[in-house]
Design a binder for this molecule. Structure first.
Ligand code: DP6
Length: 365
């Protein structure tokens, strides 16, 4: 039990009911978290860019009750969703020591995404960080806890990690690191912001080419578990540590080409690890490979710094600096869109992190 993060009980005399809300973005890992141990601890450090247009909005309506137990209703995209509700309830139950005050409340949680869920865009990252930020706001409103802005984000990251590892990184603007590494003051239990980034990366683009919006055949959680029997696991963790350290320097110096090489190597390593798990599985689609080939040919022909990465899914994240947007846009339209499901692309970029909100733009109810 992480004593620093334990929560307080509800105090008498506060509001009887009300609502809180957060919009929280997804993030794209450049160094991938793949493999975990113990209670959601990463086998290697990871580093991500926080996104902007791929986000979840979560609103929690609370009402005091005296039933002294967890009580929630969960609506996803305006509809009751028992599957997600059970997952959230299990998370709340397991970690109740960090927010005991919720046993005095009934919570109606409504969540909507700006992108298709389970499509390789880390929907658990945005949704779980949004939920945990709501819990933090509730804690501040209804108990005697008061947190400085940085401690609030630290605990939000800690809680998000317990819900979904990659979610720990979504609470910070621009870029975050999670997992211990000797070269930097990072932690396994929560993520921290990566502040030393060169300006070229602060406006980096990540256009998400939706190859398929079908649900993944193998969840990330199952994929992490398969790393336990993967014969390459040890070498992979050592490699991730080395690449992480190189990337820190590259991000600071602004070396876009070196960045692109690591981003692509990490993406292909991630999928190679899936292919050599037992049982093996493939999440890339034929169009994923076609797009990769097109990107590499375009880069070679035009000598432009356009790179890709992948999450645990078939969709391509197209990474490039803001300065070449006018050259990349026609490439997407004329070459890449034909490989996308319904010509769908989410034009995203490095973003400024979560925001507390009272107006819900994605409200489906
Ligand atoms: C490939 O965070 O979704 O996106 O901790 O089991 O919820 P759980 O897994 P999750 O794994 C994300 C894996 C990844 C790489 C990354 O985001 O670092």
């Amino acid at each position: 039990m992480a004593v620093d993060f334990l929560g307080k009980d509800i105090v008498a005399g506060g509001p009887n009911q009300g609502s809180v809300g957060w919009r929280s973005p997804s993030n794209i890992a450049i160094i991938k978290y793949w493999g975990k141990y113990g209670n959601q601890l990463p086998q290697n450090p990871s580093l991500s860019f926080t996104l902007s247009q791929a986000y979840t909005e979560t609103r929690v309506d609370y009402k005091r009750t005296d039933q002294n137990d967890i009580s929630i209703d969960f609506l996803f995209e305006g509809k009751s969703n028992k599957n997600f509700e059970n997952r959230i309830e299990a998370f709340l139950k397991k970690n109740i020591a960090y927010f005991p005050f919720i046993t005095s409340l009934h919570l109606k949680i409504e969540s909507s995404n700006s992108f298709p869920h389970s499509s390789g865009i880390a929907s658990s990252a945005s949704s779980m960080s949004a939920l945990c930020l709501c819990l933090m706001t509730l804690e501040q409103k209804l108990t005697e806890s008061t947190y400085s802005p940085s401690t609030l984000l630290k605990k939000a990251s800690f809680l998000s990690r317990l819900a979904s590892g990659s979610a720990s990184r979504s609470v910070y603007p621009i870029s975050a690191i999670w997992g211990q590494h000797h070269a930097v003051n990072s932690h396994n239990e929560y993520a921290t912001p990566f502040a030393k980034m060169h300006s070229v990366f602060k406006t980096f683009h990540d256009d998400i080419l939706i190859v398929s919006k079908e649900e993944k055949k193998v969840s990330s959680t199952a994929g992490h578990a398969l790393m336990e029997g993967n014969p390459f696991a040890k070498a992979r963790y050592a490699q991730a540590n080395e690449r992480f350290e190189s990337l820190l320097e590259i991000l600071e110096s602004g070396d876009v080409e070196a960045f692109g090489k690591i981003a692509e190597d990490e993406a292909l390593t991630l999928h190679a690890l899936m292919m050599c798990s037992d049982p093996s599985y493939v999440l890339m689609e034929p169009n994923t490979l076609s797009i990769i080939n097109e990107i590499r040919a375009f880069r070679e022909d035009h000598k432009l710094p356009v790179y890709f990465t992948l999450d645990a899914g078939p969709n391509i994240h197209l990474l490039y600096p803001d300065s070449i947007q006018n050259e990349v846009d026609p490439f997407i339209k004329e070459v890449l869109l034909r490989y996308c499901d319904n010509q769908k692309v989410i034009k995203d970029h490095v973003g400024s992190g979560p925001q507390e909100i009272s107006t819900f733009t994605l409200d489906k109810s």
